[in-house]
Design a protein around this ligand. Structure first.
Ligand code: AMP
Length: 312
């Protein structure tokens, strides 16, 4: 079969979460940065997943990933290990959450080996996981992909900053939360934080701002994408990873990284994030079709459209 859309390789966590929101709770909620990313990106083209799970990972979720045409050859199953576990509780203002527990489990001794078929992919996303693992995956890509994106979090900025800076120097795009951008650079002003991040390595930067949307910094320009005001948010977990999946998936699909395509990617990322938060786990993400994605893209367009001609 000839692949028309270049594939995206993703490495990151595949997890069993325990999610507590002000209204509801799910104790064994399948999550992980690479899971949400893969589910979201799968609507745009081929996705190849690299990660590890333990014996407790539900067969149904493996089947769901495969049903979404996610290549799981690089997803190792450790027969005597337990899957990565994260437990978090959201505040009434669901932009904020506390991590109650993180257990690396099978990620502690994970030595990622990319299948041969993954190594020549043109797009690579290093989703949130230990920077040392992100580095090992990047080293195995041959030739270097056309576009390498990365996501990270406070834990790694705090405990493994040297590794993080090493890998950041080699990536094209960083997606990061507002607070984490400040933490990484020590700079409270986001515009200055963005400049400091460009100096570390990434040419393009997306700063995620929860229900306030996301900002793109690229070649001296700033673009702001809103988040859709939703009446009911069930579970914000994975919104950032779904955003990244839509963003990278779209870029791979169109095969270019011009300023214009990056702006559209911001909206497709926002579309996938908005669907993600409407359910626990990947419940809502898994059942979409292209019409639903296009409809929401248009809703974003209406949300921000205004007539320049009305300028006085
Ligand atoms: P997000 O809401 O986009 O920040 O991502 C939430 C997902 O990140 C959850 O499903 C968790 O399993 C996963 N996660 C939480 N902490 C970590 C960590 N330290 N490393 C990797 N993944 C994590």
């Amino acid at each position: 079969m000839i692949e028309r859309t270049p594939s995206v390789v993703v490495v990151g966590s595949v997890a069993i979460d325990w999610v507590i929101t002000p209204k509801a709770e799910r104790e064994r909620s399948v999550g992980g940065s690479a899971t949400f990313f893969s589910m979201a990106a799968s609507y745009f083209g081929p996705v190849r997943l690299c990660g590890v799970v333990g014996k407790d990972f539900p067969e149904q979720s493996l089947a769901d990933l495969r049903a979404a045409h996610v290549d799981t050859e690089g997803l190792e199953v450790v027969p005597d290990g337990l899957t990565f576990h994260w437990k978090g509780r959201y505040h009434d203002d669901m932009n904020h959450r506390d991590t109650l527990d993180t257990r690396l489990n099978v990620f502690e001794h994970f030595d990622p080996r990319l299948p041969q078929s993954y190594r020549g992919s043109e797009y690579l996303f290093l989703a949130n996981i230990q920077p040392a693992l992100q580095l090992r995956v990047l080293d195995q890509m041959d030739p270097r992909p056309r576009l390498v994106g990365l996501d990270t979090m406070n834990l790694w900025i705090e405990h493994t900053k040297d590794d993080l800076l090493k890998v950041l120097a080699r990536v094209d795009l960083l997606t990061i939360n507002e607070e984490e951008a400040r933490q990484l650079t020590g700079e409270p002003n986001l515009v200055r934080a963005a400049r400091a991040i460009h100096d570390i390595g990434p040419r393009s930067l997306v700063i995620k701002r929860g229900e306030y949307g996301a900002l793109l910094f690229h070649e001296g320009e700033v673009f702001s994408a809103p988040a859709l005001p939703l009446e009911e948010v069930i579970d914000p977990t994975g919104a950032g990873d779904s955003f990244a999946g839509g963003f990278m998936g779209y870029l791979a699909r169109v095969g270019e990284t011009t300023g214009e395509s990056l702006r559209s990617a911001m909206i497709y990322g926002s579309v996938m994030a908005s669907y993600c938060v409407e359910g626990f786990s990947y419940d809502r993400l898994a059942g979409l079709d292209h019409r639903a994605i296009d409809e929401r893209f248009m809703a974003f367009s209406r949300l921000t459209h205004f007539e320049r001609a009305r300028l006085l």
